[in-house]
Design a protein around this ligand. Structure first.
Ligand SMILES: Nc1ncnc2c1ncn2[C@@H]1O[C@H](COP(=O)(O)OP(=O)(O)OP(=O)(O)O)[C@@H](O)[C@H]1O
Length: 238
């Protein structure tokens, strides 16, 4: 049996004097799409920051690919896409990706591969600041993918995208997982859960369930993840 890509144990994080992650235990399996779902403010971004190794933690441990979160050896192996755009507005799409390719010491072929993966080939010569919000999000995603990371931490990558683009991106995530990449994808849109192999359901800094979408529906006797979330939240499950 392979070890999980990410192991989190007893994680406690305080921000602004408040406990925002309250003793989380979880595992993220290799080569799967794991959805991190929960209402706005429940702590999804904070958990992703802790796994990326950029969050000060009060206690607990976070291990990524067998190393403590944020280890230098994992720098190329772990990609983190934040909610804020991480690309340069005054460069074209292609210039941005060429720049990130040089930083990661990968070849020109990776620029072409990620451009086509996020379907931005036609926009390659456009200035990033002149793109729509959804197109800009896809440039950030392409930049995150350029070094062929083993683990991708994606904080709300589909926010603000139209249904067709959202579906296409979830297909892309599924394809990456099939090729062995481990993805953690946060969303507050519950119907995105069905695109995931495993769902982590969070509420107010706690993990209320970790299961497949079908497992969650069966365990709660509900027809969709939104109802499953409500059943778990009202049942006070921890
Ligand atoms: N820089 C900060 N300083 C203090 N508190 C913060 C800071 N950033 C977030 N918080 C608080 O931490 C809690 C968790 O926030 P977090 O951004 O992790 O939630 P989230 O589930 O990702 O929300 P969203 O879906 O809206 O992005 C919230 O109560 C938020 O107010």
């Amino acid at each position: 049996m392979t070890t999980p890509a990410v192991e989190v144990s007893g994680l406690v994080v305080e921000r602004g004097g408040r406990t925002v992650l309250d003793g989380l235990d979880l595992e993220i399996l290799r080569g799967r799409v794991t959805g991190l779902l929960g209402p706005s403010g429940c702590g999804k971004s904070t958990l992703i920051r802790a796994i990326a190794g950029v969050q000060v933690v009060r206690s607990g441990s976070v291990t990524v690919l067998g190393e403590p979160a944020g280890s230098a050896v994992n720098r190329r192996r772990v990609a983190y896409m934040t909610q804020a755009s991480s690309v340069y507005p005054d460069l074209t799409v292609e210039q941005n990706l060429s720049y990130f390719a040089r930083l990661s010491a990968v070849g020109r072929d990776r620029v072409e591969a990620v451009l086509s993966a996020v379907d931005l080939g036609a926009q390659r010569g456009s200035l990033t600041r002149e793109l729509s919000g959804g197109q800009r999000a896809r440039v950030s995603l392409a930049a995150a993918l350029i070094a062929e990371p083993e683990v991708c931490l994606l904080d709300e990558p589909t926010v603000g995208l139209d249904p067709v683009l959202r579906r296409d991106l979830w297909r892309l995530f599924g394809g990456l997982a099939e090729s062995g990449v481990t993805l953690l994808v946060s969303s507050h849109v519950m119907d995105e859960a069905d695109r995931c192999d495993v769902v982590l359901l969070m509420r107010e800094g706690r993990m209320i369930a970790q299961d497949s979408p079908a497992g969650l529906r069966a365990a709660t006797g509900t027809a969709d993840i939104e109802s499953a979330f409500l059943a778990l939240a009202e049942g006070g499950a921890a």
